[in-house]
Design a binder for this molecule. Structure first.
Ligand SMILES: Cc1cc2nc3c(=O)[nH]c(=O)nc-3n(C[C@H](O)[C@H](O)[C@H](O)COP(=O)(O)OP(=O)(O)OC[C@H]3O[C@@H](n4cnc5c(N)ncnc54)[C@H](O)[C@@H]3O)c2cc1C
Length: 486
């Protein structure tokens, strides 16, 4: 069937992670019809939701690589983006610790790398300055590489903010649709999902660990993505006073080393390890790995208390068979591949979006600026004054506390339901408002959030899922990737 031209998108982005959504937001500046297709029931559910949340300085990537160039460029865009989108970003600085002369040599190599990459605010500090800055790090450290421009962010809130803003600027988002086949005709691509068919003149493949499979749908069989899992332990906020900056150990060939970091919202987090696995959807954690992470993290900061652990989680880095990230028009005209966007992809994502916009322009997609682009997106989480007098029984939504641990009000939850992205599960509310992220992990607020959702969506409370589409076998298969084998 031939679609009429009004139903053909100029651009279809496959994958609503932080990379795809930065591109969507960037391209929504222009007079173009764009859509984003996402297999999960919410945005940012791939490795965007499960990473260290570090805005890296850019000293560890190989000079001359795309990773290095885009990490440094992306880092510089964060403050401005946060002032527009209010997703949560704080410049904390980072420190790589050295415990031996050999590790000190590694720091010198990282310093030289960083200088070649154009990183500013980078220097090696001695033990005294280290312990003045960070009194709780292991005093056995002999030196550290200080990177003043590193920071922390809230990756899933970044994704949500980008999506809301792109939608406010005209982008269309299709959730719970798994791309299954792509057919190229003379004028456009036909993109078939498990639910419907879309047409677009250009495609950008941002499917994370599945980007090799999406490329293969157009018969580009060059790429293999191996999921490299990293596990974490998240600790209570009363542990975060132990560090001010992100504390790394000297990196291994596989990863940036175990870190101890404050999160944007003031928890303490330790991890990740790096383990190549077979199943792209396996984000399980195991006790042996977590124990080993904790032992290694205690080497950096001996004083954190594991009795204050709240939860563990894991994410899979999309590691490709290519030496560097692939960000280019493929052999299939107008099909742009983003392959192997592993760390520091979160940091680089705003710069990746600008690069992709230039690629699309070079490929012939006209970028005519919209007369009105809405750059601002208001925050969901409201800063509460120190004397905030919320109450679990208040009838005023701005005072009515739903989540005691994180002080989330009814007004914040109601707000997150009406911003253009369907919010249907306790998890979707949690990632937007933090209701359920605190010490009790949702034991108190879970039933209250469920009641609110039931009231607002006019569905029985029993139909509100904890983790999104828990009842849909098709969605479960899409997440596992089985649909690619159909
Ligand atoms: C353990 C770990 C630690 C990390 N730490 C950092 C860090 O501190 N700083 C940093 O800068 N980077 C870090 N990264 C890297 C960063 O998380 C990623 O580079 C970034 O999130 C990639 O975003 P993405 O949008 O490309 O992928 P994703 O977030 O995975 O998004 C891809 C999306 O595509 C969707 N999709 C897949 N197949 C289909 C299909 N067939 N149809 C429709 N949709 C589909 C998926 O559901 C998913 O939502 C880390 C990664 C990991 C795993």
């Amino acid at each position: 069937m031939t679609p009429d031209s009004s139903s053909v998108y100029d651009l279809c982005i496959i994958g609503a992670g932080v990379v795809g959504l930065n591109i969507a937001r960037e391209i929504s500046r222009y007079q173009l019809k764009i859509c984003v297709i996402e297999a999960a029931d919410d945005v940012g559910r791939g490795c965007t939701k499960a990473n260290s949340g570090i805005v890296h300085g850019g000293y560890s990537d190989e000079p001359g690589s795309l990773k290095a160039e885009l990490c440094v460029a992306g880092n510089r865009l964060y403050a401005q983006l946060d002032s527009e989108l209010h997703f949560g970003y704080r410049r904390t600085g980072s420190l790589v610790l050295a415990f031996s002369d050999a590790e000190l040599s590694s720091l010198n190599r990282l310093l030289a790398n960083g200088q070649q990459n154009g990183v500013t605010g980078l220097r090696i500090i001695g033990r005294d300055e280290l312990l003045t800055r960070e009194p709780h790090v292991n005093p056995a450290a002999i030196a550290a590489l200080l990177c003043e421009n590193a920071g922390v962010t809230s990756p899933y809130e970044f994704a949500i903010a980008l999506a809301e803003n792109a939608i406010a600027n005209g982008a269309q988002l299709f959730l719970s649709e798994t791309v299954q086949s792509i057919t190229k005709t003379a004028d456009f691509f036909r993109i078939a999902t498990d639910k419907s068919t879309h047409y677009a003149r250009f495609i950008v493949n941002c499917a994370g660990v599945n980007s090799d499979r999406i490329a293969a749908l157009t018969s580009l069989d060059d790429y293999r993505i191996t999921p490299r899992r990293g596990q974490y332990v998240l600790l209570d906020k009363d542990q975060s006073h132990l560090v001010r900056a992100v504390i790394f150990q000297t990196p291994s060939p596989l990863d940036k080393g175990i870190l101890v970091t404050p999160t944007y919202h003031g928890n303490l987090m330790v991890g990740p390890n790096a383990e190549d696995i077979d199943d792209k959807t396996d984000v399980g954690t195991d006790i042996q790995t977590l124990q080993s992470i904790v032992v290694q993290a205690h080497r950096s900061v001996p004083g954190f208390d594991m009795r204050k652990a709240l939860t563990s989680f894991a994410g899979n880095r999309p590691v490709s068979n290519q030496k560097d990230w692939v960000i280019e028009e493929s052999r299939v005209k107008n099909f742009i591949n983003l392959i192997g966007i592993d760390s520091p992809g979160l940091t680089a994502s705003p710069a990746i979006a600008r690069k992709v916009a230039l690629i699309l322009k070079d490929c012939g997609l006209g970028l005519k600026v919209k007369p009105i682009f809405q750059a601002q997106r208001p925050p969901i989480i409201q800063q509460k004054p120190p004397d905030f007098a919320g109450d679990v029984n208040s009838s005023n939504p701005t005072q009515h506390i739903i989540c005691r641990c994180e002080q989330v009000t009814e007004a914040e939850i109601l707000d997150c339901l009406h911003r253009g992205i369907p919010v249907r599960s306790l998890d979707a509310v949690k990632y937007r408002t933090r209701a359920g992220m605190g010490r009790c992990q949702g034991a108190f607020c879970g039933p209250r959030v469920r009641e609110l959702l039931s009231r607002e969506l006019a569905v029985p409370a029993s139909e509100i899922c904890g983790k999104g589409e828990c009842s849909s076998p098709l969605a479960q298969r899409a997440r596992r990737g089985d649909l690619f084998q159909l």
